[in-house]
Design a protein around this ligand. Structure first.
Ligand code: NAD
Length: 405
């Protein structure tokens, strides 16, 4: 391991030394292959951009199968502690243990580290096979709430004493009708979690110069949860970002035009939103959504631009951030040096942007754009592109580095 210094959070922002220590989890299945490729691309870009003035001191930490083999624990405490201590981490996909005591390592990490926003930028890279005629029109960044909603896992199985107890309370005290033997799940949504997500997304929108923020929800039906989510997010836009935003509902008074420099804030019902990203994708830019809606929308959008292998992700809180591939560990391709590393490499790009190392981030984007436009790609894209040249995972990363300059 190279020597380095810790990133710290100062006044709510990361303060990054020139040689930050960054923990990584290589991940299970295809994880080691795509991690090696990612490391190559990140180091190549940092070297090219800063000529040795900046470099990353990697520190391996463990989770998933590798951790279980070493310690008997899928998610050791030391791993969580390291992410807290070093603020920024990057991880490959982890296989979910079947029948183990832990529901999902990924979900556990998000909850235990309070990484409350799942950020997924989805854009098109020219030449990637897509089912759409104009996939390049979609360029959105989805901010999905990560800690609440039915996704929080507060649920009781059918006919258990716990479910019966909850049902008895609801039927007898709250006077609602619930069928006998029902499984019951709880959908908590708080002003605290909704507002901090909106705050992060609006700050991001301002910093990136994006022009539209859309609140996606199912508040017409779930009025007191998703409807309230909508309301709380609007309150943040109006009360905390009033100078920067204009609400769609007020546009008429302004002659229907968004004043220059202002961010348009609107909301859409979740089912309509799924149509919108297909039919009028260019009208959407930053999308803020509750947990479950966001899970569905992220994958649907990724499919529009060529699938999960191409979409990056980050789980970000106020004191730590973990950047990760959005696909799973694809165990059937493990160790074959054939998987597509783009999702993890692009997650690395998000990490560089979080550090403020935008020059290196741009170099990688250029490298990916050029490599794909040259039709030199991994198997998953090669089999769908005519005249493409098949590269191994490591060769593809090497090509990205060669194409950066
Ligand atoms: P998966 O994403 O691992 O694989 C589904 C299929 O997609 C694979 O068979 C493969 O053909 C293709 N694929 C996925 N990533 C690819 C890549 N980078 N390059 C080329 N092809 C790729 O989904 P799964 O099979 O449902 O899950 C496998 C394991 O991963 C499970 O244990 C699951 O729980 C876990 N998982 C982890 C994460 C995460 O760590 N964030 C996310 C999803 C699933």
């Amino acid at each position: 391991m190279l020597t380095g210094e810790k990133i710290i959070i100062e006044n709510g922002k990361p303060k990054v030394p020139n040689n930050p220590i960054i923990p990584f989890i290589e991940g299970d299945g295809i994880g080691p292959d795509i991690w090696r490729a990612t490391q190559l691309a990140l180091e190549g870009a940092v070297q090219k951009a800063y000529k040795g003035k900046r470099r990353i001191a990697w520190k391996e930490i463990f989770a998933g199968e590798k951790a279980y083999k070493m310690t008997g624990n899928w998610l050791p405490n030391e791993t969580l502690q390291a992410i807290r201590e070093y603020v920024v981490a990057i991880k490959g996909p982890l296989t979910t243990p079947v029948g183990g005591g832990i529901r999902s390592i990924n979900v556990a990490m998000r909850q235990l580290l309070d990484l409350y926003a799942c950020i997924r930028p989805v854009r098109y890279f020219g030449g990637v096979p897509s089912p759409l005629k104009n996939p390049e029109k979609l360029n959105v960044v989805i901010f999905r709430e990560n800690t609440e909603d039915v996704y929080a896992g507060i649920e009781w199985a059918s006919y258990t004493p716990e479910a019966e107890r909850v049902r008895n309370f609801l039927v007898n005290e709250m006077k609602v009708t619930i069928r006998e033997g029902s499984a019951i799940g709880i959908k908590p949504m708080s002003p605290f979690a909704s507002k901090r997500l909106a705050r992060m997304a609006l700050n991001y929108t301002k910093a990136r110069g994006r022009k539209t923020v859309t609140l996606m929800h199912k508040g017409n039906i779930m009025k007191f949860t998703e409807g309230a989510f909508r309301q709380w997010c609007y309150e943040v836009a109006e009360n905390e970002f009033g100078e920067d935003t204009v609400l769609e509902s007020k546009l008429k008074e302004m002659g229907g035009k968004v004043p220059p420099g202002k961010i348009l804030v609107n909301d859409r019902i979740a089912d309509a939103m799924f149509q919108m990203v297909l039919l009028r994708p260019e009208e959407y830019s930053v999308i803020i959504t509750p947990n479950l809606d966001g899970d569905f929308l992220s994958d649907a959008c990724a499919a529009q631009v060529g699938g999960l292998g191409m979409a990056p992700g980050a789980n970000v809180g106020d004191t730590a951030a973990c950047f990760e591939a959005t696909h799973g560990s694809a165990p059937i391709h493990a160790g074959k040096d054939k998987a597509n590393p783009t999702s993890l490499i692009l997650s690395g790009v998000m990490m560089l942007e979080y550090l403020g190392w935008n020059e290196a981030a741009k170099l990688i984007i250029n490298g990916i754009e050029k490599t794909i436009s040259q039709k030199t790609v991994t198997y998953d894209l090669e089999r769908q592109m005519s005249g493409a040249k098949l590269l191994k995972c490591s060769e593809y990363a090497g090509q990205i580095v060669a194409n950066m300059g």
